[in-house]
Design a protein around this ligand. Structure first.
Ligand SMILES: O=C(O)C(=O)C[C@H](O)[C@H](O)COP(=O)(O)O
Length: 212
């Protein structure tokens, strides 16, 4: 079975907001604010009862957004992701069953790894784009630099603990195609529906990515 490759629109995203959403009525204006700020590739985490409905609402109602689902930890979640219109899927780690489910679903898949051994296992499964998670706890930019000569065919999307001040250094690494995080959508701003603040954070991040 072939390994679905990540779409160029994802590998070219540079910054992927990671969203914890439960309410579709909040999800749509939040996604619109991120897209207006220049961040169009969005990862919605499967951590809440309403996550699938939020992903479906964004995929249907925000034409500029490329919607992915994250935190996939069970094989059956791949079919659920496809059914709501997700264009890519992300896991915090990788197991043999998840790898097979990703290949069967035919969705571009970004599996998570935290060590060189885990990266090699993902490589053996055929994956070449990996999530490095939790990135800052596992050494951040110096760890990514250390892996580059050992794993020349692998490119990473680090997430976990990344803030605006880390963006430029991490995106400057040749083995990093994008990075992700929740810092762009602070829980209080979402709760208070301060969409203009989120659009501003997104625009600042987009600027960092293009200047980097
Ligand atoms: O399990 C997954 O697939 C995830 O989505 C993990 C997230 O990428 C991180 O939890 C984001 O980390 P912070 O930016 O530090 O909040």
């Amino acid at each position: 079975m072939t390994v679905p490759r990540l779409e160029p629109s994802l590998t070219g995203a540079r910054i992927v907001p990671v969203l914890v959403l439960d309410n579709p009525a909040e999800a749509v204006p939040l996604a619109e604010a991120l897209v207006a700020g220049g961040l169009t590739t969005l990862e919605i985490t499967l951590r809440t009862p309403g996550a699938l409905a939020c992903a479906e609402a964004i995929a249907a109602k925000v034409p500029g957004a490329l919607v992915g689902l994250g935190t996939l930890i069970r094989p059956e979640q791949f079919a659920q992701a496809r059914d709501v219109g997700a264009r890519f899927v992300v896991s915090p780690g990788l197991t043999d069953r998840l790898a097979e489910a990703a290949k069967a679903a035919g969705l571009p898949y970004l599996p998570g790894i935290a060590t060189v051994t885990e990266a090699l296992i993902a490589y053996e499964h055929g994956f070449r784009e990996l999530k490095f998670f939790p990135a800052m706890l596992n050494g951040g930019a110096p760890a990514l630099k250390g892996m580059a000569p050992l794993l020349p065919e692998i490119r990473f999307c680090p997430t976990g603990g990344i803030k605006a001040e880390n963006v430029r250094e991490i995106l400057s690494l040749p083995n990093v195609f994008a990075l992700g995080g929740t810092w762009l959508t602070p829980a209080d701003a979402v709760k208070e529906r301060r969409w203009a603040d989120i659009e501003r954070l997104a625009r600042e991040a987009s600027t960092l990515a293009t200047q980097g």
